[in-house]
Ligand binder design. Structure first.
Ligand code: ADP
Ligand code: MG
Length: 621
């Protein structure tokens, strides 16, 4: 709730509490607001003119933390106690980041591979959430210092690919820092807001947002119509960014110096890393760079640099192609291309992206600040100043629940727009079944065992009813932050249960891609399995119905009919055991044909009974 104070001296109402926009970046973070006078989004700058806070935390021997520019020199002098790129660890398990462990110069705990990672500094363990909160505290302090007012509310941005765990982790980091996180929004969405796109309700645009930062790459295709933002598709790579450009230069120099590896010299390794970044930044505006490293002169030309990074830039274009495919668009459909992230200052990046989209790119808003500026615009919308704007995002993978036979029943197909709500009805399998398991999965495969379980719960307390009678409505609700809530309700009795999905650890981009790929390569096999499972499920239902029918209506059947039915049931049972889909279908059909006249006979009897009753006594009419 916003508090409004009264200034005792003047008797006037004080300004409502400010909501800041925060770009919590892998490499750099910053905070922005809508300027109270100019009404323009503005990054908050310290007196030195810098708006950027490097996302680096250094701990001294007593565990005191220093954050930002002051922590940066320790990357060289004290790498074991200096944490950078903590955002890469958000919501990840050791297993997720194992392949990239070399990248981190600090100690990542690797004893428990499935749980969330921790970083060890001295004898203290920090979660990525703790580490991010240090950065957020610094941003909060900075904002309070500049604005001279308490800051407790914020909008924080995350990469479009952040999954549920990562979004939750970001929210938690905000909470730890004493911030009420009103909204988590996707960075590319924020960027388009900063460009003022969508403010004119008559404008219709299809935008590509190309965001190459220090650690992540995101491409998003957005559509804006009637002042509504819709993300048509997203793609990207959480392990692709300016750091990779630095690494390309490092490797080049190491080869030149004849150094095999610097693993035993972490200090030198970090120093070389900083030299490489310096070179890269210089080459955005020059053709040649030279410096000294460990007493030796090292240099690189723009031409060599561009050759080195070409495969990295090409990788981002592959992602762009996939995003275009998912959005089902042609290049000519893209009306605007936005450049976001410090690495888009590299001329080759601009040139390649411009060539791919066959048009000039937009880079007029400072690419370091653009995301924070957009977060400030969103904060402004939330504080009620821009009410007719609505943001829609999408889900990267399909979401569904496990049904009979381990099948994945998709409730929300991949690339569904969020926020969204959907529901579907299910029922029980057995008579008097009092509970039903709801197992939530994410993925594209037909069998849940090939997808990833996000969570599970049991709806209990269903009153005793025959199988098939309870109506269990399962609802998926994804809020604007992309956080999934699953609930189940038995509609006849009203019993209900719900969970917020908080999976143990997240999927990496590679895994998302892997899963999409697998769903394609296994499509045939999946279809066959699904057909078999469906046939078996139907057959078992048929068997159970027939059995019940026989028990209830034995008097209506002749002995021959009883025997024939028992044989047909046995044949069907055998077909199920043999897992032969065609045979199962054939035998189900046969049993069905055999028993259909019985059912009709029972119906006839019931109807004639009812008519008879009506004839004598029409009280019921
Ligand atoms: P993130 O969003 O990952 O925090 P940023 O958008 O702040 O990252 O981008 C940081 C990256 O941009 C770093 O890799 C940095 O080296 C790079 N960068 C900054 N300025 C330039 C420049 N002029 N030329 C090339 N790269 C740059
Ligand atoms: Mg960024």
């Amino acid at each position: 709730m916003a508090k409004i104070g009264i200034n005792i001296a003047t008797g006037s109402l004080q300004q409502a509490e400010i909501i800041v926009g925060i770009d919590l970046g892998t490499t750099n973070s910053l905070v922005a607001i809508i300027h109270p006078e100019t009404k323009l989004p503005t990054a908050l700058k310290e007196f030195d003119g810098s708006s950027i806070v490097p996302s680096i935390v250094h701990f001294d021997a007593f565990g005191n933390a220093e954050v930002g520019a002051n922590a940066k020199p320790y990357l060289e002098s004290d790498p074991a106690n200096t944490i950078f790129s903590a955002k890469r660890l958000m919501g990840k398990s050791y297993k997720d980041i194992r392949a990239h462990q070399d990248f981190f110069a600090y100690k990542i705990i690797d004893d428990n591979r499935d749980s969330l990672v921790k970083v060890q500094v001295g004898s203290t363990f920090y979660s990525p959430i703790d580490l991010s909160s240090y950065i957020l505290v610094e941003l909060k302090k900075r904002a309070e210092h500049i604005l001279k007012t308490p800051v407790t509310k914020a909008v924080i941005t995350v990469p479009a690919y952040f999954n549920d765990t990562q979004r939750q982790a970001t929210r938690d980091a905000g909470k730890l820092a004493g911030l009420d996180v009103l909204r988590i929004i996707n960075e590319p969405t924020a960027a388009s807001l900063a460009y003022g796109l969508g403010m004119d309700p008559t404008e219709e645009k299809t935008i590509a947002v190309y965001d190459l930062g220090g650690g992540t790459f995101d491409i998003s295709i957005l559509k804006i119509a009637n002042g509504i933002f819709e993300v048509l598709s997203t793609n990207g790579d959480t392990y692709l960014g300016g750091d990779d450009l630095d690494r390309a230069i490092i490797e080049y120099w190491m080869k030149q110096m004849g150094v095999e590896n610097l693993e035993d010299h972490k200090n030198l390794k970090q120093e070389l890393r900083l030299c490489a970044e310096q070179a890269k930044i210089a080459l955005s505006n020059a053709d040649f760079f030279e410096t000294t490293f460990a007493g030796e002169k090292i240099s690189i030309t723009k031409e060599v640099f561009e050759k080195l990074i070409e495969p990295i830039v090409a990788k981002t274009i592959d992602c762009c192609k996939l995003a275009m495919k998912d959005a089902a668009l042609d290049i000519k459909d893209i009306t605007t291309v936005l450049m976001v992230g410090g690495s888009t200052r590299v001329p080759l990046v601009k040139k390649t992206v411009s060539t791919f989209f066959n048009q000039a790119v937009n880079d007029s808003v400072n690419p370091d600040e653009v995301v924070a500026l957009g977060a400030a615009v969103q904060a402004d919308i939330l504080s009620g100043n821009n009410q007719n704007m609505l943001l829609l995002d999408i889900t990267p993978l399909s979401l569904g629940i496990e049904t009979m036979g381990g099948l994945m029943d998709v409730l929300l197909p991949r690339n569904s727009k969020i926020p969204t709500k959907t529901s579907r009805q299910y029922t029980t399998q057995k008579d008097a079944q009092s509970g039903i398991n709801i197992s939530v999965y994410q993925g594209e495969r037909d069998l849940v065992k090939d997808n990833r379980q996000l969570g599970a719960f049991t709806l209990t307390g269903i009153p005793s009813m025959p199988a098939g009678l309870p109506k269990v409505e399962v609802s998926f609700l994804i809020n604007a932050d992309g956080i999934l809530q699953v609930s189940a309700k038995e509609l006849r009795s009203g019993v209900s249960q719900s969970i917020d999905i908080k999976p143990q650890y997240g999927l990496t981009d590679e895994e998302v891609e892997q899963r999409l790929l697998e769903s394609l390569t296994h499509a045939k096999e999946d279809i066959a399995t699904r057909a078999l499972v469906e046939a078996s499920t139907e057959a078992e239902q048929m068997l159970s119905v027939t059995e019940k029918f026989m028990m209830k209506n034995a008097a209506l059947l002749s002995k021959e009919e009883m025997t024939a039915t028992a044989n047909a049931m046995q044949a069907l049972q055998l077909a199920i055991t043999m897992a032969d889909k065609n045979l199962i279908q054939e035998k189900t059909e046969a049993l069905n044909d055999l028993t259909r006249p019985f059912a009709e006979r029972v119906m006839d009897q019931a109807i004639s009974g009812a008519l008879k009753g009506r004839g004598i006594d029409d009280k019921n009419l």
